[in-house]
Design a protein around this ligand. Structure first.
Ligand SMILES: Cc1cc2nc3c(=O)[nH]c(=O)nc-3n(C[C@H](O)[C@H](O)[C@H](O)COP(=O)(O)OP(=O)(O)OC[C@H]3O[C@@H](n4cnc5c(N)ncnc54)[C@H](O)[C@@H]3O)c2cc1C
Length: 416
């Protein structure tokens, strides 16, 4: 059976489902999109499936507002009022205050409040986007369907590419989007190589309850064994990403909850009062990954299929959604002119996305390396650097524009 569409998106993670929605909304919502995922629908929509939260930059929240999913997320999104970055002792730190940078909380219902970004539970995030996908009349979802083949030029019509599913169905479209994650089977089927580097750390992700209010502060602590991020959630709760060496991570994941909470408390200190573990600990291997090409002919790579980043700065999905925003704009421009939706997209997308992706790869990888060095002169220089940034209004303002994602979107012409 052959099913024709305008666009096929392979991978219904956060990047792919957002891409399906953004592309289907074009041309007055007339673009027919097929969203394919290997997982069954029930597994895809299960809230809390990955036990993580996402730090959504303000600029990303603005884009999600345009996409129509932010109103559903906003009531559950905890604003980041400040970011505090510290070395292992916590005595030297940099404190970035949203109110001092004049950052306005984009949620219209809280005027006068400032935010650098928001923390959102990934399960809620995924459900909000998938619900919007399910409501859209022009998106067809094919779940439980591994992709088994990719033909860049269909023999049926040269302006089509073909995606073959294990069920025997052939999907055709002018544009195919690979959003099928870090190991992207579609990228492999298209013959695009990717460079991968495994970091020596795993991330343990979990939720804690604490006895003192967090005041909207996101803490990033650089410990000798790896970075520790403690991110504000609604109430007296926080989402934690604790990066530890691979050889310690399995033991730490399964140690008794009170022993685990004690170890965390020792490292984090008293800033949030007494910490206790709530819920399950998840473990993620950390990778740096980059596809050699971001696009080729009618195929475009978005999200982790194109780039996997160290989560040290909470930027991976923000970068992925900038991929989607740029792709949607390029395709919309073609449609407006009555052109083939894929015409010139491969080159333009690569030109527009490469600098942002390379910057984020270098920044996150460099930050990880810098804070891993235990050589005393480097540690002293690092502490001196934190002090210098804390004293410089200009350096802190530049950091905040990056954290909010505003600089990146402005460079892409997606925000003034
Ligand atoms: C610990 C941790 C914390 C993070 N925190 C943040 C943060 O705070 N902020 C931020 O911006 N980013 C963060 N990130 C990054 C972010 O979570 C990822 O970038 C994002 O989840 C990846 O989304 P994706 O849609 O590209 O890929 P995935 O979520 O991997 O989705 C890929 C989809 O493709 C499907 N698929 C795979 N193979 C096939 C096939 N053959 N056929 C069909 N479908 C297929 C899969 O089933 C899956 O649904 C973090 C990452 C980690 C590891």
């Amino acid at each position: 059976m052959i099913l024709p569409f305008d666009t096929i998106v392979v991978g219904a993670g956060l990047a792919g489902s957002s891409a399906a929605l953004a592309l289907a909304q074009q041309g007055g919502g007339s673009c027919r999109v097929c969203l394919v995922d290997v997982m069954p629908a029930s597994a895809l929509a299960a809230a809390g499936r990955d036990g993580r939260t996402t730090a959504v930059a303000v600029a990303t929240a603005d884009w999600l507002t345009d996409l129509g999913v932010w109103p559903e997320l906003a009531p559950h999104a905890e604003p980041i009022r400040a970011i505090r970055i510290s070395d292992d002792t916590a005595r030297q730190f940099v404190h970035f205050e949203a109110s001092k940078a004049g950052c306005q909380d984009p949620r219209r219902d809280t005027p006068g409040h400032a935010a650098l970004g928001f923390i959102i539970d990934n399960g809620l995030f995924r459900r909000a986007v998938l619900d919007a996908v399910a409501r859209h009349p022009n998106i067809t979802v094919q779940t439980g369907q591994p992709v088994t083949g990719f033909i860049p030029h269909s023999s049926l019509r040269p302006e089509w590419a073909e995606v073959l599913l294990a069920s025997g169905v052939t999907l055709t479209a002018a544009l195919v989007v690979a959003a099928d994650g870090r190991s992207s089977p579609l990228r492999t089927l298209a013959g695009i190589p990717a460079a991968m580097k495994r970091y020596p750390h795993d991330a343990l992700t979990f939720t804690i309850a604490h006895t003192l209010p967090h005041q909207g502060i996101a803490h990033e602590r650089f410990l000798p064994e790896g970075p520790l991020a403690v991110l504000p959630l609604p109430g007296q709760q926080a989402s934690v990403v604790w990066m530890v060496r691979q050889e310690q991570s399995a033991a730490l994941q399964h140690v008794a909850p009170d022993v685990f909470a004690h170890a965390l408390q020792q490292r984090f200190g008293p800033a949030l009062g007494t910490l206790s573990l709530s819920g399950v600990r998840h473990r993620y291997p950390l990778w740096l990954g980059q596809a050699r090409h971001l696009a080729s002919g009618r195929l475009v790579l978005v999200g982790e299929a194109a780039h996997a980043l160290h989560p040290i700065a909470g930027q991976g999905l923000n970068v992925s959604l900038r991929d989607v925003a740029v792709l949607a704009r390029l395709v919309a421009d073609n449609r407006r002119l009555g052109l083939d939706p894929a015409q010139g997209v491969s080159d333009a997308y690569t030109t527009l996305r490469r600098p942002d992706i390379l910057t984020m790869v270098a920044a996150t990888d460099g930050l990880d390396r810098l804070f891993q060095v235990t050589f005393p002169p480097v540690r002293w220089a690092r502490r001196a650097g934190l002090v210098a940034v804390q004293r410089s209004d200009r350096a802190r303002a530049a950091f905040m524009r990056h954290a909010m994602g505003v600089s990146a979107l402005a460079r892409l012409g997606l925000k003034s």
